[in-house]
Design a protein around this ligand. Sequence first.
Ligand code: EPS
Length: 397
Amino acid sequence: MLRMLTAGESHGPKLTVILEGMPAGLPISTNILNQGLARRQHGCGAGPRMSIEKDEIKIISGVLQGKTTGSPIALEIQNQDFINWQGKSLVPITIPRPGHADLTGAAKYGYKDLRLPMERSSARETAARVAAAGICRIFLRLLGIQVGGYVIQIGQIRWDNTTILLSNEFKAAIEERLQASEQSEVRCPDKAVSIAMQQAIQAAQEAGDSLGGIIEVLACNVPPGLGSFVHFDRRLDSQLAAGLMSIPAIKGIAIGNAFGNAAKFGSEINDPIVLKDGHLIRTSNHAGGIEGGISNGEPIVVQVAMKPIPTFPKGLPSVDLANGQPAQSPFYRGDCCPVARAVPVIEAMMVFVLTNALLEKLGGDSIAEILPRFQVLHKMQLDDFSMDTQPWTFDVF
Ligand code: EPS
């Protein structure tokens, strides 16, 4: 239903993104989109590039009179750093960084300079995704759906949170957590843990190394019934996994408490169904809001693991591809720990996947068509289920 296509090099003139499939009539505010972009630029562990860039969106098409028209939406973000690279004589790079796309990119595309894979594989591209997802986020907000994330681990420092309690019963706790994380330099809701994380980043920086971490991202007020079990690529969890794993340096994903659940009994981790005031509710959310590939109405909770990035002063043993000699991998300026800055990017991919799933469910060319359909979606009320009582048989055709 919804497609996103980005283009642009890290040090080229600009990034471009086209979002296709957004219904007509959605009011768009450039200010809101730019606020979303600014969030991606801040966070402890960011590199010097972020003091050069000030990401701002230019809407090229698909929005007229302040609203989407239903046509492809094209957005642009200038790379302020481009003037520092334009016309510059560049010495080819021939020593690949272990863990980066330098070596695999050259093997795949036959590049003779490792600068080429670096340009497009750079996480600079994620600014374009956040821009397009900003439009999807306006759509979700209109439906009352909130997406937010925070950091629960950086290096060895972990915030022992209570993910399993994040069912609809704990909405206030979720809100508090999301607000607190925005006050933290590392986007961790806990003040003391945030300080320990900042210290860990500083220590890694001093040691000439990099650090990764884990981010938890939530979506609240998602209606039941998004996604499907009927085919592998229609499962909401498989779509989220694909979207989130497409972010550079993201190497692991857990829906709900997946890895913890694997070590327990079924009776401990499947979330009991209880009837309260006519509603079918859960008192825990180990499943992370998805059962059978379909949203169940509880908050969607996903944990995402980011590896420590491969650009750090200390370097690692590598080989100079120009002469076959052993060589230490080079260092270029970069983020020592991009985990805090990755939170808005992870949110962006979740926002994109959920918007797509909603459009699949609701159809519609315009917001005016979609809103009444959204109002009548299933809400996990007992009355919404009308069950058969008569036995039946499989027919032979
Ligand atoms: C990146 C390297 C750094 C980061 C960049 C991702 O860029 P540069 O090589 O220009 O210093 O700052 O991220 C961004 C530019 C951004 O906007 O997030 C890399 O190698 O992936």
